[in-house]
Design a protein. Sequence first.
Length: 655
Amino acid sequence: MLLQDDGSYLFPCGISGLAAAWEPPLRPLESTGDWPVCQAALGRMWVGGGLQRPYPAPLASGPAAAAALPLSKSQGAVVVIRPGTRGFSTAEQDFLEGVAGHVSDCLLDLPGPRREATVPRMREVERGAFTLDLSLNEITCDGVFASQHGMAGAGRYPLTEVLAALPLGDLSRAETLLDELRDRPGTYEVVYQVSAFDGVRHLQARCSHLATDEVRGLLTGHVTDITRDIDRAAVREERLHRQQQRAEQMRALAAACAAATSTRQLAAAACDVLAVFGADAVVLAEATEGRVHVLTSHGQHEDHIAAINRMTLNARTPLTDVLHSQRPVFTPSHEELVAAYPHFATTTVRLDRHAWAALPIPVSDPTTQPAACLLSFVRPHAFAPEDQALLIAAAGLLGRALDRCRAWDLEHARAVQLQQGLLPATLPDVPGIDVAASYLPAASGAYAGGDWYDAFTAADGRLLLAIGDVEGHDTQAATQMGRLRAAMRAYAALTDNPAELLHHTNRLLTEDNDTDLDSARTATCCLMALDPPTGRISCTSAGHPRPVVHNPGLIPHELPVAPGLPLGILTDARYATTEHVLADGEQLLLHTDGLTDRRGVDPAHARDRLHHAVADTTHMTGPQALRYITDQCLADIRNSDDCALLLIRRHSIRP
């Protein structure tokens, strides 16, 4: 863990072999904190054991031997952890001190800013002497003073000639100060500016006014050019500002990495935080079976991702070089790219980015495939040493979160696969009726949801359409959803009346709930039977959002279906039926509440947004319409709930 330049924060910059529970916190630690690693960074070695921790590790359990060893020249500290009850022996402690010394030497060899030595330095300072007679408004000076004020040489000059060297805006203030000095004996100091051939110079004047009865208005003193000191102070202030800005960005990135659950969210978080440094696209990739495998990306064109993905590791590019060597590669411009990789000479004209930083991503498990990230910049970027240090530290934070996000991606893919397997593989092909369906998984969890849809033809030729939502977001919800869908199809062999179908399905779920209260679930459902030749619909609902009906040229509206009780509450619940005729050219949308019920969004506004989206889809195909509706309704919203949609359109049958 390395100290920030000003020594205020410790950043975790390199991790190897630690289980996730023992890793240091993503956020930077204040170096003045009480944690042993903070004390070690200030020069005090610490060795502990048992339940003592060198830094916050709330997920770590059980005893462990730990040591925090200072790095030389106030670089930071090395932390070593060995889970178990056996502490570090004296010989092991001596060995670890040697390791810390070796790490310090290696860090000194890395490119980066060097801290200046603290040994005091002397430098020669020229001082110009002067005597100012305010009664005559004349000044007598030596050659240094004259040179400082752009005058010919030592001698006597009118005061106005000295004042002429001041910037015009400072002249009035200078005259006011001189008037105050006429009758005020004492010793004074003032800093002022003069115009010079090489720009504005900063001068510091110290003078004494010793007024007596015989002599008044006579000042003597000297002037020193402090331009160099002012410039250095400005540089130090600017550096401190940049360091504070970088510390804020690292804290923001640490928080974003901690909040990200998927690799896609991780890439987006990195791109958003690092945009202040000019990065507008990021690719996270790993080496798999001799090729590049893109884990995710943000801000990159699809054709660029396609060119990178599955690229052989033998190809010479910044990204493949980093995956090979695990050393960062900084490419400030097209010229630098061609110099390092001549085969890019003919392709730079097609590149829309002008600088790149390819960085290794440290992972906690040494058996994991090597990973790297590629940051792209819209303009050439010089990559100053402090920029390189920040980007390398950023890659370390990405590595901390990558293992967790990859595990989430895998679990989420399995959950979506399970969900899709429980939904109908095909939709019925009915003359005069177009049916399209869509399922969108939640983005905030890796679990399967309970939203579902179904469409099938009953024995009497009518088209049965169902959509529902089982309570919860877990495997049990998905399993219960599949069971309800299968039960509804089985009950359809006994009756084609939608209200009776819901009654039977409700009885099944309620009896299950009464048998196992710990696993009790409720569900909402909207079920309708559509007669294709006439367009007549019989619709019933168990607490489900109402269908949206739209006739081209008219305003979409909700079908006034009586809501009814959700399934699984009362065994003898009864459901009313609403009749509607779907006109030729009319469309009807069934959806779950994941499309409109959003935290922080007014329900009425969400429904209006849905109605406007439906109205815009008249000339789109069914799948296009569903994509458009979900894009419009879920724009700028992180969908925390899954949602299902079923779109039905009726049209004339051409002979």
